[in-house]
Write a protein that binds this ligand. Sequence first.
Ligand SMILES: [Ca+2]
Ligand SMILES: [Ca+2]
Length: 186
Amino acid sequence: MLRLVLVFGLVAGMAGVQEAGAQEAGVADVLARLPEAQVKRLRADPDRFAETALAAIYGYGAGGALTKAQAEGADAIEAAARRVRALVPFLQSDLDNDGAVARAEMEARGAILSASSRARLVAGFVAADADGDGAVSAAEMRGMAEAAAAPRAGRGAVALMGYDFDGDGRLTVEEVEALRAALAAG
Ligand SMILES: [Ca+2]
Ligand SMILES: [Ca+2]
């Protein structure tokens, strides 16, 4: 029985070594395929990359893995949160609650802010007023929020799926840790 356990343990151990070897090769392949600038950014702070990826897996995935559908859900939720943050100063300025911000409303709101906050409010208002009529309509507010919500290129949970080394459609904690180790090794 003991011998059987030992043999089984040895075989399982060898399979583990083979798997680790395959994963290392996978990491090297993925790194070789990525744009140089992206690899440089990853190498600059492997821990930051790992923290971001693990937060996506633990927050939006299941069983230590993230699927593309879960990643898309994560990006949609994060985008909605960014839209809310972008809308807050406009909603705070919509004093008559008609869904649009007139210049006088924005200025009344800005008058009680610090100089730097007022400057941000005015700059945001001018940028959001796409047709330049001196008011930010509901449609202009939505357009501004949509632009603010768009993830930067190469960022977001869906972009992380590019680190799915074995291409099984799941980004796992093991893949993230393997990449962190490879990046830290230089
Ligand atoms: Ca209004
Ligand atoms: Ca306008």
